[in-house]
Design a protein around this ligand. Structure first.
Ligand SMILES: Cc1cc2nc3c(=O)[nH]c(=O)nc-3n(C[C@H](O)[C@H](O)[C@H](O)COP(=O)(O)OP(=O)(O)OC[C@H]3O[C@@H](n4cnc5c(N)ncnc54)[C@H](O)[C@@H]3O)c2cc1C
Length: 554
């Protein structure tokens, strides 16, 4: 039989490469921000992330989403979510590389930076499983406010052992954590929580003098419900309070008041089970001071917000890599796409956005690192700059991924390219852990309550003063916006956007590749770019930007 046609001009799959090693901006940041000691491990993780096997796990974990089994065949409640084996492989790798907690287990400068780079690298394979990884990483600082509970749980939370069995935590070498704040009547406004907490009689044998509590109510979003332990907010007599809710009790029985009602049918993030749960007298332990629940859980939220920035960075890097790879192998109208003048502007613009996110994310990770080591200035910076960075990188993510998808033409709209999955994932980082408006209002709150945080932020964006006039003007613009507080709530998005662009510009001018910094200042800071990506002004060194961002397959 004669063949109907020959397959030509289709790019090979982007696989068999080192995801970390192909990312110049990320590698430079790791060295600069103090985690040079981690590069061997990061290259190993990067090679795994670029392997056909791991890429396949990412696809399978989403093609075969988790399923909830509420009861067994005999009518007993089991509240069990089952996952495809590919999901477990993704989790096993993440945990074995310490992405869920290594910085808390080692006293090493740069540990949060190393973990951040690992998270950015590995999340490019699959984003959904990053949710429990992130929550487990983030629970530790909040739990430390209650040293007895930290003493009981921390070693297993940071252990590099993934154990997905549905058994009591005490039987496991390693455990995972989740969190329950959002309820039907309010997610951003957690003070509207209606879940009640009542002290039980005679629980002292389990929880010393503080006794045990019973929670009654519901949570409207509770991701990774197979986690071993959760931090949840509930109304105690003294007000909104933080509790630790184990899925199994210390006596080896299920915490039977914890019921998974159903799983959400979501736009994306499909490998990750997000559930609705009911609490019918679920046993819980007090964390921190009664009535100070928001204050206690905010330490957890601060870290998951960092991971939103890392997640957005990972998605934009993967989208950029796919677009560059496709354009380098696809020809149209007689020449390769990557050589066509208009496509070069689009690709370079995508790369600039991705590098701006990378430099921001990794500098934030350093602030977390230094804050954890007692540096008050870094702590103030991370307080305000995490919210600023989260707002802007998450705002850019869907626009960026949509544009990258278009670079692949029709292939980008088809599931076998990773692009539809990246696109569906792209709005999520902007929603959870503080949606756009809420994050902007949080920046205003941080400035009002902690003036030192604003001072530290302003000196950070001022640190490159004199190096680039466009950046100097942008910093002056931020000061101008902040100089007049009238109507600032309605202007919060303008203010935070200006702060984010000045931060990214300052970091790129100081630490980035000169061609990337120049393109960023010429477009994002001087107002010379159009509203769509791919409208960089003329005269920029697009070749250098594209060359350094292009993922080289050995
Ligand atoms: C896939 C997924 C997984 C999730 N997993 C979890 C989980 O594990 N645990 C958990 O606790 N939650 C989880 N959430 C919930 C998430 O954190 C909330 O959806 C989010 O915080 C927003 O809350 P909400 O849905 O109640 O929206 P609302 O709070 O009603 O907000 C709606 C909109 O109004 C805006 N808004 C709110 N207040 C103001 C204001 N004062 N001024 C101007 N605008 C305002 C918000 O920015 C938002 O755009 C998850 C959500 C998703 C999508």
């Amino acid at each position: 039989m004669p063949a109907t046609h020959e397959v030509t001009n289709q790019p090979p799959p982007l696989e068999g490469y080192d995801v970390f090693g192909a990312d110049a901006a990320l590698m430079e940041a790791v060295e600069r921000e103090g985690a040079g000691w981690a590069v061997d491990d990061l290259h190993a993780l990067g090679r795994l992330a670029g392997s056909p096997e791991a890429i396949g796990w990412g696809f399978d974990a989403n093609r075969f989403p988790p399923e909830l089994r509420t009861h067994d065949g005999y009518g007993h409640r089991v509240d069990e979510v089952t996952y495809h084996p590919a999901y477990h492989e993704l989790m096993r790798v993440a945990v074995s590389h310490g992405l869920h907690g290594a910085p808390w287990a080692v006293d090493q400068p740069g540990a949060h930076v190393a973990r951040a780079a690992g998270f950015v690298t590995w999340s490019q394979v699959e984003a959904g499983h990053g949710c429990p990884i992130s929550m487990t990483y983030s629970i530790v600082p909040a739990l430390r406010t209650q040293p007895d509970l930290a003493g009981e749980w921390e070693a297993r939370l940071v252990a590099r052992a993934y154990d997905p069995r549905n058994v009591a935590a005490r039987e496991k070498p390693g455990v995972l954590a989740g969190m329950g704040m959002t309820e039907k009547q309010g997610g951003s406004d957690v003070r509207a929580n209606t879940t009640r907490a009542e002290r039980t009689a005679g629980g002292g044998d389990v929880d010393g003098d503080r006794g045990m509590w019973r929670l009654t109510g519901h949570k409207w979003f509770c991701s990774a419900p197979m986690s071993d332990v959760f931090l949840m907010l509930a109304q105690a007599p003294a007000g909104l309070t933080c509790f630790l809710v184990p899925r199994w009790l210390p006596d080896g029985e299920r915490n039977s008041g914890f019921r998974i009602m159903r799983l959400k049918d979501k736009l994306g993030n499909r490998s990750n089970a997000s559930s609705e749960i009911e609490l019918d007298g679920a046993l819980a332990l007090l964390v921190g001071e009664e009535g100070r629940g928001v204050r206690t859980i905010i330490d957890m939220v601060a870290h998951t917000r960092l991971d939103c920035v890392l997640g957005a960075t990972a998605t934009m890097r993967q989208a950029t890599a796919q677009a560059l790879h496709h354009a380098a192998h696809r020809a149209a109208f007689g020449s390769t796409l990557v050589d066509q003048p208009l496509m070069r502007v689009v690709l370079a613009d995508l790369a600039v956005e991705s590098e701006a996110a990378t430099v921001t994310a990794m500098h934030l990770a350093r602030a977390f690192d230094e804050a954890a080591r007692g540096d008050e200035g870094a702590d103030a910076l991370r307080r305000i700059a995490t919210a600023v960075g989260k707002y802007w990188t998450c705002k850019r993510e869907p626009t960026h991924v949509g544009e990258a998808l278009e670079c692949l033409g029709g292939n980008g709209y088809v599931e076998e390219s990773i692009m539809p999955r990246l696109f569906r994932e792209s709005p999520l980082n902007g929603i959870w852990e503080g949606s756009g408006n809420v994050i902007c209002l949080d920046v205003l709150r941080a400035m009002a309550r902690e003036p030192v945080a604003l001072e530290v932020f302003l000196s950070e964006i001022d640190a490159a003063r004199g190096a680039d006039r466009r950046l100097d003007d942008a910093v002056a613009g931020v000061r101008h916006e902040l100089g007049d507080l009238v109507g600032i709530e309605a202007r919060a998005r303008r203010v935070v956007e200006a702060m984010a662009l000045a931060l990214q510009g300052s970091l790129l001018v100081r630490y980035g590749h000169p061609a990337v910094a120049d393109a960023f200042c010429a477009s994002r800071l001087s107002g010379e770019e159009g509203l769509a990506l791919g409208t960089l002004p003329p005269g920029l060194d697009l070749g250098s930007i594209i060359e350094r961002s292009h993922p080289k397959v050995a």
